[in-house]
Write a protein that binds this ligand. Structure first.
Ligand code: AMP
Length: 188
């Protein structure tokens, strides 16, 4: 049974690592950013609601995000575990995730914080802007996303550390080396 959260600033490599780890651990990677982007491109109501926040580098309101995650984690493939990428990002989301897990008699196994210094992050995000063309990878929006992360999400590491769940992993280096580092840290 594997229930993991991946934390870390934008550009730390969460999405890349989440997909690789999910495959290795045979649990679904649940990325709130990916779900929002899929909804934006499908033009759903949720996508329309989320897009203005995403384009500004702000967080989508907790009520919207929490309901979406609750739906996703209720799907059968998440019953045996999951890897959350990009959720929780606020204190209110931590509380909601606690509630969702407790309702199913489950709990988190670990929270992996991927670290990377800000120079590396900005370089990676600029590179991603050129290769993937994400609309929120412009310089102004990147700056805002990093600010929002520092204000709202960075404090969550302390919460999980106090619960004895936090493991810190250096996110700098070759993709496969970082994956190996995470698995080793988790004892897998
Ligand atoms: P990401 O792909 O994880 O960088 O997410 C892209 C954007 O989606 C973020 O900048 C937010 O606007 C939105 N988003 C993703 N996850 C969350 C979340 N847990 N809470 C609020 N907004 C989110």
């Amino acid at each position: 049974m594997t229930r993991l959260v991946l934390l870390g600033p934008p550009g730390a490599g969460k999405g890349t690592q989440a997909k690789r780890l999910a495959e290795r651990l045979t649990v679904p990677a649940v990325s709130t950013g990916d779900i929002f982007r899929a909804n934006v491109s499908e033009g759903t109501e949720l996508g329309r609601e989320a897009q203005r926040y995403m384009d500004a580098g702000e967080y989508v309101p907790d009520s919207v995000t929490n309901a979406m995650v609750a739906d996703r984690l209720a799907e059968p493939d998440a019953a045996g575990g999951f890897l959350l990428d990009g959720y929780p990002r606020t204190a209110a989301q931590v509380a909601e995730l606690d509630r969702m897990l407790a309702a199913g008699g489950a709990s988190l196994d670990a929270v992996v914080e991927l670290t990377a210094d800000s120079e590396e992050i900005v370089a990676r995000l600029k590179n991603r802007a050129e290769t993937e063309g994400r609309s929120d990878d412009t310089e102004t929006v990147i700056r805002r996303r990093l600010e929002v992360y520092t204000e709202q999400t960075a404090p969550l590491t302390r919460v999980y550390s106090e619960r004895g769940l936090l493991v810190e992993v250096d996110g700098i280096g070759a993709v496969e080396d970082v994956t190996a580092r995470i698995l080793a840290t988790l004892g897998r």
